[in-house]
Design a binder for this molecule. Sequence first.
Ligand code: ADP
Ligand code: MG
Length: 322
Amino acid sequence: RRLDSRSGLSAGLLGEIQTPISTDAIESVYEITGELGRGKFAVVKRSVEKATGKVFAAKFLRKRRRGRDCRADIIHEMAVLEMARNNARVVNLHAAYETDHDIILMLEYAAGGEIFDHCVSEELLPEVQITRLIRQTLEGVHYLHQSNLVHLDLKPQNILLTSLSPPGDIKIVDFGLARRLGAVGELREILGTPEYVAPEILNYEPITTATDLWSVGVIAYMLVTGESPFVGDDKQETYLNVSQVSVDYSREAFSRVSELAVDFIRKLLVKSPEDRPSAAECMSHPWLWQQQFCLSPDSTTAATTTRTVRERSCGAKWAAPP
Ligand code: ADP
Ligand code: MG
């Protein structure tokens, strides 16, 4: 659920796009089939390009919402996707169409669904997979931040996978709340989903790149434990949990991962944005570079353990552009 922007201002919105918006009948180009997901103002449907057989995800965005013309918001979402076009961790925008009611974004299809499914499943992912997905998420977030973009809606529903089993690579989606920083003045807005928003958003304090790092902490917590760290019985309780940074690190779930996991999450879930590490700093955290060793390959319990590689070169390896 999204909270209304208190200012109602469209601060930091981008207005220039390169992708042409076609008014051709979309059904003549694509065969549109089942629903992949939906949000408040969008429906995403699986679509097959007739000429090539290639599968895409068509995001239908309503142009009018609550009686207001929201075309500019959709153009902005497209512009952000275009700015991040060169990064493999961000979903690619293929084409755009327009009908009387909607603008439709034809997006690269992420066949593995949301990492949310791995946060609520009976069977949580092994630690080595979690750290790989968090590394990839940080790569995408680092790229956005270098371009002065903040996502502001990072949550397990907006991080998708290219394939399900074995889990593929991540794709960051849903740039509806993303903003450009450092334009005119500072950005203060009230938006996002209560259980995933950072304390500075609730306090109507300036938004920075650190806001996204809070969300990475929430996502890591959820992948490790299968629980949402701040969710309460109602919105008020959730807000209180967020603003007091009331987090339970004693969960049994933490016993299945190394202590470094708790250290990583603790560094991100801190109240003051200035005290959170940047995406680049997170990338050199030892949790993300542990190597897994199979202790007893012939044992029936298939026991695995983890050992920390303390070489700093791991971080440096990532820092070089691909
Ligand atoms: P909203 O702004 O309404 O939240 P999203 O862009 O997050 O819209 O899309 C809603 C849901 O649709 C996602 O959470 C996901 O389940 C699905 N979805 C979105 N984009 C894709 C995609 N490129 N490939 C596969 N599924 C997608
Ligand atoms: Mg979404």
